[in-house]
Structure formats: C-alpha cells, structure tokens
Design a protein around this ligand. Structure first.
Ligand code: DGL
Length: 267
C-alpha cells in the first residue's frame, strides 16, 4: 500500500466532520476522503443488519477510491458494525469509543452523563465500557432522538434544537452531573448550545482527538504515514440530497466545500 494513498472516513451523515477536524489537526499532510451517508441518516434508529450493510458499502466505496485505512467516524456504526468490518476487510480500521473512561477519571461529583443515539445507548459496546470504567460512579445515560437530524439540517442553535437539548440534558442536570460524554459525533457541533444550556461548570467530553491520535499510531505501526511536506486535500461525498449538502458541509467544515454524490451502486 502506498503511503500517499488517502484515508477514508465515513459517518451516517455530517457528524463525522467533527472527527475530520481532529484528524486534520493531527495529520496535516494526509489526503482525506469523507463520506456522509445522509441518504440513510439517522443510523440510531436502524437495525444492526442495516447499519452493517451500509458500513460495508461505504467501506467498499472508500477502498475503490484507494483508501489505505478506514475511520468509522460514527459511534452508532462502530457499535453495530466495527467487528463485522474488521472480519470482512483486511485494511486497518479505526473506530470510535464513547469517552466514558476520561469522563470517569475527570468527574469530581462521581456522576457523569452520556448523551448518544438510541442505538449506542442500547449497545453491548457501551454496556462493556460502563462495566469496565463506570464502577464507583453513577452514570446517567440519555438517548437523544432527533438531535442528529438538527445537525444534518445545519441547525446548531435554533429554537427547536435548543428545546431538544434542554429536554435531553434535564435528567442529567437533575442528577447533578459535572461531566457529559458526547457519545455521538454529531454532538460536538452543538457544544456551544449545550454549554449554554447546562452551564460552563459542566465539562463536555468527546473522543475525536483521541481517535485522531489512535489513527496516527495505527498508520505509523503499518508504515503508512504520508511523509509529504505538502498540505493534504479533502474530498467530500454524500448519499444524501446535493441541493443542501454544500451549505451544511461548508458550515460544519468552516470552509467552502465541494460535495459529490456517491455513485448509484453505493446509494
Ligand atoms: N454520528 C453518528 C454517531 O456518532 C450518528 C448516528 C445516527 O445517524 O443516528 O452515532
């Protein structure tokens, strides 16, 4: 495998762009190809089989584009499909993990909250993490149906989004959490709004930066780090509607983004 080959990144939608920001910060010279499965979002309410099928299709597309490694920038797809992807494909696959471990280490009140999709909250992966790192602390888990759709629409601070954030954080604040795990890659884009609702004293933790560092370690151990001195490029693809995608991608990426539609056989 060529070290100059791109890194393939996918999510159920545009949320994984939060992870792409972290990857870009750690690996400035890598070429990145990002796929948003916005034609099938949200994954949170879909079956494990459905998410596995989509994850395999998107990985195939990224491999066709020459990807040297895959990042599953989606907690729900990680819980439902990471093991399956690793059994089907032989290239390195880096995936998410809700930040229960750092949150458990950081809390002073010994009460933490986890915001995630229905799929992640019900997953065996989260249950195993809570079993391992949640001993001796109280963990309040809260599914947040509807929040992913608000980010997909690029609505990061409107009244509807605020109402949902208030509703989903209220049970956490009632238990006096001092740390909240953002267990879905769409939610870091809502950080300013969530902080405004819960107050600046509550720490918000996600794992984008840790995943980017893990990706760097994995590339290094496979001798796949791009040694080029040049700044890497980004390519954006979606299975969703192209009319709105450039606006939402550009807003979340922070720069004007050209977005292409996935070829028919991957839709
Ligand atoms: N960004 C995905 C995650 O991290 C959202 C899943 C969904 O589409 O419901 O879980």
């Amino acid at each position: 495998m060529n070290t100059t080959a791109p890194i393939g990144v996918f999510d159920s939608g545009v949320g994984g762009l939060s992870v792409l920001h972290d990857i870009r910060a750690v690996l400035p010279n890598e070429d990145l190809i990002y796929v948003a499965d916005s034609g099938h979002v949200p994954y949170g309410s879909k079956s494990q089989e459905y998410i596995q099928e989509r994850s395999i299709a998107l990985t195939r597309f990224l491999i066709e584009q020459g990807a040297k490694t895959i990042v599953v920038a989606c907690n729900t797809a990680t819980a439902a499909a990471a093991t399956r992807l690793r059994s089907v494909f032989s290239l390195p696959i880096v995936a998410m993990e809700p930040a229960v471990k750092p949150a458990a280490a950081a809390t002073r009140s010994a009460v933490i909250g986890v915001l995630a999709t229905v799929g992640t909250i019900k997953s065996a992966q989260l249950a195993a993490l809570l079993e391992r790192f949640g001993q001796g602390i109280e963990v309040v888990t809260q599914p947040c149906p509807g929040l992913v759709e608000q980010v997909e629409a690029g609505d990061l601070d409107g009244p509807e989004t605020r109402t949902l954030v208030e509703r989903f954080t209220a049970p956490l604040m009632q238990r006096s959490v001092d740390t909240i795990v953002l267990g879905c890659t769409h939610y870091p884009f809502l950080c300013p709004l969530i902080a405004d609702v819960v107050g600046a004293d509550v720490a918000l933790i996600d794992t984008g930066a840790a995943v980017a560092r893990q990706l760097q370690r994995v590339l290094s151990s496979h001798d796949l780090l791009n040694q080029s001195e040049q700044r890497g490029s980004e390519q954006f693809w979606t299975s969703g509607d192209l009319r709105d995608a450039p606006r939402v991608f550009s807003c979340l990426w922070g720069r004007s983004a050209e977005v292409r539609r996935l070829p028919e056989q991957f839709l």
